[in-house]
Design a protein around this ligand. Sequence first.
Ligand code: 17E
Ligand code: FE2
Length: 414
Amino acid sequence: MNIINARLRGKPGLHRIEMEGSRISAIVAQAQPMQASLPAELDAGQNLVTAPFVEPHIHLDATLTAGEPNWNMSGTLFEGIERWAERKALVTHQDTKSRARKTIDMLVDNGIQHVRTHVDVTDPSFAALRAMLEVRDESRHLIDLQIVAFPQEGIESFKNGRALMTEAVAMGADVVGGIPHFENTREQGVTSVKFLMDLAERTGCLVDVHCDETDDAQSRFLEVLAEEARVREMGERVTASHTVAMGSYDNAYCYKLFRLLKQSRINFVSCPTESIHLQGRFDGYPKRRGLTRVAEIDRAGMNICFGQDSIVDPWYPLGNGNILRILEAGLHICHMLGYEDLQRALDLITDNSARTLQLGDRYGLEVGRPANLLILSAADDYEMIRSQGQVLTSIRDGKLLMQRSPAQVTRFPA
Ligand code: 17E
Ligand code: FE2
């Protein structure tokens, strides 16, 4: 299969992309627009062709459970955790698989082909983890799925938390998670981070910690995670998700913190729609936005990307799989609608996220890499955001995975 009349990010002019089997075999500059001739030729119509979108942070085990059995009435993270504990007691193998599959279909419909999901392992039955390990295998034709062993109710504060984490990794989780700000004491938060970094180092797993997901400016576990990553030289394999307390840190502390963060080389994930909804809940006015310092992390040359976090779960009642919606919201909330940010906005849901997931040469529009790519509805990043553009075609392993016909508008004369 070939794609003609493709615009590529960061390259002038039009290109033809050739695929052979499941690999990209050639990317050739075109002197002028071409007419499609072969049946196996797709016309990008001078719009962008990119590598697939990446979902770096979602909870596929909790998806599509909002209101079951109770709604989160306060809108706080903490009530979300309480409501989820009620739903978790009802989780079954089949229920988890069918909700995860429905959600994966939504992600696929929106051009996502790489996903990192957190799975709650503070459940001695491991019902959700067993289900998601099967989904990981059964969905390979749709997405590449990384599973995080996520201790929703704590490693130190939950009964047998350390053993559950160790077992989850032995069962096949790819990534070690954590939730230090939710542990009962500061000390438990610190020891939980040391424990999870030991576990990851010993087993070769990646690390992705829910870190400082609270407006509490005293929540300072990011410094612990970054220092552990720096000393062990594991930074590129480590991700700090949320870090929303950074939005409440004072500038003097944050200035010092940034030196460590840069040395550590860790990655960051922000979930802007989730955080604008869950945080600021204990404020009157002025009311905090409750996000991490996305623009500042980016400006400092560190790696940050956006994720959806939730789709219709105890923490967030909306969501439809469309990560472009998250990107648009995030750019607004983070004061990133400046010209230069708009020029490279798609980095936040493509290349930056692929780096977070450590996809290496399994990702990217380059000859020899997997023939996974998207045709978008606009010619550049700025226009994709402005026009609320869509993914028109998703190709995986050199074959069509999804095609969308955009809505037609008819105007009638007066
Ligand atoms: N669990 C958590 O601790 N934080 C979140 N944002 C979600 C689940 C969605
Ligand atoms: Fe999360």
